[in-house]
Design a protein around this ligand. Structure first.
Ligand code: AMP
Length: 214
């Protein structure tokens, strides 16, 4: 069972992914996280990836597919019921490639307007603790987490207004066409991502409960 989450930056993919993976026992796969791990290693590839991410652009397909396949190869198919893809595919060419080696069963398109994306991202804070990164919808929530668990607060470098604008443009021109691609394959489900976090989770569970045996 492979599920793909599509949506603009700040639509809540990461938060919803946690809930989905827990409920349906799926392996979480985030290309953004794989890239950030590579950047942290300060490798040549990481240095190249950092400059691309910080401009809000997409990495080339060859590099992304190498990341994806390496990560999938490390997953024992016997131990997981399926994979939840967050941030991949982001282009038609990637969707076509994925169909060859790990086809999607269900695609969830979390829709949020540009105005709401900009509002959310300008309030978003991250906390890094022991090499893990956590996302918070407000400074207050991040501060409360740090008080209890420790860690340090920061903004993602690609969460600045100029970069967000670019990421939204990239999303509309390059990622949105894959919504049609999966719609034609009858794998697509549209979610209103502007509801509360818990309501979005409920809407997603309704769709998945009807299609995945628990
Ligand atoms: P994310 O954490 O999913 O928002 O990803 C952060 C950044 O990593 C994106 O803005 C892109 O620069 C890069 N990235 C992540 N996934 C992909 C992908 N599938 N194709 C190309 N670039 C990607």
């Amino acid at each position: 069972m492979n599920i793909i989450l599509i949506g603009p930056p700040g639509c809540g993919k990461g938060t919803q992914a946690d809930e989905i993976c827990r409920r349906y026992k799926l392996k979480y796969h985030s290309t953004g996280n794989l890239i950030r791990e590579e950047i942290a290693k300060k490798s040549t590839l990481g240095t190249y990836a950092k400059s691309v991410i910080e401009r809000g652009e997409l990495l080339d397909d060859e590099t992304i597919l190498r990341f994806v396949k390496k990560d999938l190869d490390g997953i024992s198919k016997k131990k997981v019921r399926g994979i939840l893809f967050d941030g991949f595919p982001r282009k038609i060419s990637q969707a076509v490639a994925l169909e060859q080696f790990s086809p999607a069963d269900i695609v969830l398109d979390i829709q949020v307007s540009d105005t709401e994306v900009i509002r959310r991202i300008s309030h978003r804070w991250m906390v890094e603790k022991e090499h893990s990164q956590f996302t918070f919808v407000s400074k207050h929530d991040a501060e409360e987490f740090v008080k209890i668990h420790g860690g340090h607060m920061f903004h993602r470098k690609d969460d600045t207004p100029a970069v967000i604008k670019n990421r939204l443009q990239v999303y509309h021109t390059q990622t949105q066409p894959i919504i049609d691609f999966y719609g034609k394959k009858h794998k697509l489900f549209i979610i209103n991502g502007e509801k509360s976090i818990s309501q979005v989770t409920t809407d997603i569970f309704k769709i998945l409960d009807a299609r995945i045996k628990n």
